[in-house]
Design a protein around this ligand. Structure first.
Ligand code: ATR
Length: 267
């Protein structure tokens, strides 16, 4: 077989670090494969995904197509079923599979950020797209999680996510300011490309114990900068990018990527 092609499908994708980290892992493992960034429209996403997978490759799906990818899958993992979103695809025995490795990726990041902390941990989650669904699914799988408050710019979408999970632990918030959370997770895309943070942390009734921003950029995000300025422990989305990428690679090849290579490629 020729070189297998993997790609990140989304719009925009030019800022994505996925090609750099996956190509570094492919090279280090000696795989005959390459990973590309492809900007695709909603109507192109499904056909591109299936073509790549059925030719022996695969890839990732990102903003804004993670939910739209679902009808193009033949099989889905539990994480896709739980979140209604797909970020990883490949084919097995002629069937196109989808997984959502954002769930496992966030679980790892969350465990690292809260190591040694007993529950219950109350969490304020900003956003109501595929990333927010992955965060809520991961948090509901952690016995230490107390109350999950979900806030979104468009409130109806936050209420829809809460209905989707149907857990008494997760509630939609009309106002993020009154939340006294142990941790704040930004699962919106606000802050991308050096843009402003989704919220002003100084307006919170109580500063959170930790801030996990799923957004990353060349520089640290406005939210992470503000958190650190207030003495709050904060990480940007690079860690999450790394963990979900490791999990995707493992889905494609049945083994983890060579250790340390992806982290090194992140710079
Ligand atoms: P993904 O699947 O990656 O989560 P998405 O479904 O497009 O992507 O969701 C993006 C999220 O970021 C949404 O919650 C969106 O809010 P709306 O539902 O109101 O659109 C949120 N978002 C994007 N830009 C934002 C901004 N400037 N401020 C606050 N929230 C923002």
């Amino acid at each position: 077989m020729g070189r297998r092609v993997y790609a990140i499908l989304g719009d925009p994708v030019s800022h994505s670090l996925s090609p750099a980290i996956h190509n570094a892992a492919f090279r280090a493992a000696g795989r005959k494969a390459r990973y590309e960034a492809r900007a695709v429209s909603a109507s192109e996403c499904g056909t591109t995904l299936r073509r790549l997978a059925l030719r022996g490759g695969g890839g990732n799906v990102t903003v804004p197509h993670k939910e739209r990818a679902l009808p193009f899958l033949d099989r889905r993992t539990e994480a896709v079923a739980a979140t209604g979103a797909c970020n990883t695809f490949w084919a097995e025995d002629g069937a196109v599979w989808g997984d959502n490795t954002d769930v496992a990726g966030f679980q790892t990041v969350w465990r690292e950020a809260t190591a040694g902390r007993a529950g219950p941990l109350d969490v304020l989650v900003l956003g109501a797209g595929g990333a927010a669904r992955a965060v809520v699914a991961a948090l509901l799988g952690d016995r230490r999680t107390g109350r999950i408050g979900l806030w979104n710019r468009t409130p109806e979408r936050a209420r829809a996510v809460v209905r989707h999970f149907g857990s008494p632990c997760a509630v939609a918030l009309a106002d993020w300011r009154s939340s006294g959370a142990d941790a704040l997770v930004n699962a919106t895309s606000a802050g991308m490309n050096g843009g402003p943070a989704p919220v002003d942390l100084r307006l919170l009734a109580q500063p959170p114990g930790a801030v996990l921003d799923l957004v990353y950029g060349r520089e640290s995000t406005a939210l992470v900068r503000q958190a650190k300025g207030m003495g709050v422990a904060a990480t940007d989305g690079r860690q999450m990018l790394l963990r979900q990428a490791e999990a995707s690679y493992e889905r494609w090849f049945g083994e983890p990527p060579p250790q340390g290579v992806m982290r090194c490629a992140l710079g």
